[in-house]
Design a protein around this ligand. Structure first.
Ligand code: G16
Length: 532
């Protein structure tokens, strides 16, 4: 380690006095002007992680669904998954160290994690379209370079594309070609194969309106369009040519406000979807003939994909174990439908794809989606091998056809993380193959009316939760107040939890009618009278 160089660069990326940040639900997130030192230090940390794992590590500069003024950074582990929890602790420690202690913290992490400092390091970097992202990714590069790491800056990419690229690098191309073209080719080939029975030239166009949240998704969809069949007609809105990132648009806005985004005209019964700022989430919706808005969230996406996969598996005749993973935000109707009608086991984890992903790895086929539209499908190595073998060798034509379809699903879905582009293509393929309209998809079950609020408090960390964040442990008395309110309403449920990406507390409530989920009538579910 070149001590002088580390000292010099650390002072060029000084930490604001007294600022304490934590590696949260999806990395560090706060106002962009507070993040220069964090980016530099995550460049340093990525080098240590790369040396320790002898693999390429990813650093993505993005604050995803947060407002444009925010920014953030997440580190991507060797197989494209989120950073290991023990390294999240190192990240927090390093980000908050005083300048004069940086060397010591780096030495301590190296010692604890048995990092061989002689090992080479390779870091791949990506960024979203925020005005602050380019400069901040330069700070990451400073951190990487000062520790002698090599890097490849992919520039503007979606978060899931960087996850894909990391996985490709570390599997020597087995997962796919480690280029953006490789990503387009892999996904589009699988999509074309999967839908070739359905999309025939001369077919009616399948139109989809996409709100790109004024973010990176638009750029990448434009690049990808030439790889996709022309029968799939994508109409992009909020494409970043004007408008602020995530402002009154994007998946998070649509989900939490339960209304269409600005900048897109939703005509009756038209199928529409919204990406978020870094294109790792997707939400569908439509307006019915009476102008009523219908939201099709991550829970309904999980249901559509699960029933499709379950059907294919029964055709293939393989007894592969499917598991579904949800969080506290999952609508009660979705959980009931999955468990009672589809008879698939549902498991709950804390919010954050890193938790869901981990749980989903326990199954042959693990399907995880947060209600906010963030999710994917994981196939175990054994399940994948079995399916690929059947697709090649099965003699029964019907079974082989189902296995080939499953194989194409494996290639179409980005198994490293939730990916709006890949999820959108899988959903479009399933709807086309099943001949389902957006209304028929929506009608699978009826959501319990629900509301989500953000509440600003002095210190959100005073709230501690348990039971996959469904119950508050502190402050004392809070859970009792919630319980008292909830028991007055049918099918009702409510919880509070501190956000890991914004400085707010999130409040969620659902009940058998909209008035009740809002807590009208007897008492209020919105903000219990507890001092936070
Ligand atoms: C991130 C995480 C998601 C999480 C969301 C909100 O999404 O990746 O898993 O649901 O933040 O988290 P919280 O409620 O803790 O603020 P994104 O799309 O912003 O990266």
């Amino acid at each position: 380690m070149d001590v002088d160089a580390v000292n010099k660069f650390s002072s060029l990326h000084a930490k604001p006095n007294g600022l304490i940040l934590q590696y949260g639900t999806a990395g560090f997130r706060t106002k962009a002007y507070h993040l220069d030192h964090v980016m530099y230090r995550m460049g340093l940390l990525a080098v240590l992680r790369s040396k320790q794992t002898k693999s390429t590590i990813g650093v993505m500069v993005t604050a995803s669904h947060n407002p444009e003024e925010d920014n953030g950074v997440k580190l991507i582990d060797p197989l494209g998954e989120m950073l290991a929890p023990s390294w999240e602790e190192h990240a927090t420690h390093l980000a908050n160290a005083e300048e004069q202690d940086i060397q010591a913290v780096l030495a301590e992490i190296s010692h604890r994690e048995a990092v061989n400092l002689q090992q080479k390091a390779m870091i791949v970097i990506g960024r979203d379209t925020r005005p602050s992202s380019e400069k901040l990714s330069q700070s990451v590069i400073d951190g990487v370079s000062v520790l002698g790491g090599q890097y490849h800056d992919y520039g503007l990419v979606t978060t899931p594309q960087l996850h894909y690229l990391v996985c490709c690098q570390n599997t020597n191309g087995q997962y796919g070609k480690a280029t953006i073209e490789g990503y387009y080719q892999k996904l589009s080939k699988a999509f074309v194969e999967l839908t070739k029975q359905t999309f025939r030239s001369g077919d009616e166009y399948r139109a989809l309106k996409i709100d790109c949240a004024s973010g990176i998704g638009a750029l990448k969809l434009k690049e990808m369009e030439c790889y996709l069949p022309r029968e799939l007609s994508l109409h992009l809105f909020n494409d970043g040519t004007k408008g602020k990132l995530n402002h009154l648009c994007g998946a998070d806005f649509v989900k939490s406000h339960q209304k269409p985004p600005l900048g897109i005209e939703v005509k009756p019964n038209e199928r529409c979807c919204s990406f978020d700022g870094d294109a790792d989430r997707i939400i569908y919706y439509y307006n019915d003939a009476d102008g009523r808005f219908h939201l099709i969230d991550g829970d309904k996406i999980a249901t559509l994909i699960s029933s499709f996969l379950k059907e294919l598996l029964s055709e293939v005749g393989e007894n592969l174990k499917i598991g579904i993973v949800q969080t506290a935000y999952a609508n009660g109707s979705s959980t009931r439908y999955l468990e009672e009608v589809m008879k698939v086991p549902v498991h709950f984890t804390k919010t954050g794809v890193k938790h869901l992903h981990h749980k989903a790895q326990e199954f042959d086929i693990g399907i995880y989606f947060e209600a906010n539209g963030h999710g994917t499908v994981l196939f175990s190595k054994a399940a994948e091998m079995k399916i690929r073998q059947l697709a090649k060798e099965e003699t029964d034509g019907k079974k082989r056809k189902a296995a080939v379809m499953l194989e194409n699903v494996i290639d179409l879905i980005n198994q490293t993380v939730g990916d709006a582009i890949s999820d959108m293509l899988l959903i479009e393929a399933i709807l086309a193959l099943k001949g389902l309209s957006v209304q028929q998809w929506d009608a699978i079950y009826t959501d319990l009316p629900n509301r989500q609020l953000k509440v600003k408090v002095a210190d959100r960390q005073v709230i501690d939760t348990t039971d996959a964040e469904r119950r508050a442990v502190t402050p004392l008395g809070l859970q009792e107040v919630i319980d008292d309110l909830v028991k007055k309403y049918r099918f009702s449920r409510a919880f509070v939890r501190p956000s890991g990406t914004e400085d707010v507390v999130r409040v969620y409530a659902e009940a058998d009618s909209q008035g009740r989920s809002l807590g009208r009538g007897q008492g209020s579910l919105s903000v219990p009278h507890i001092c936070l």
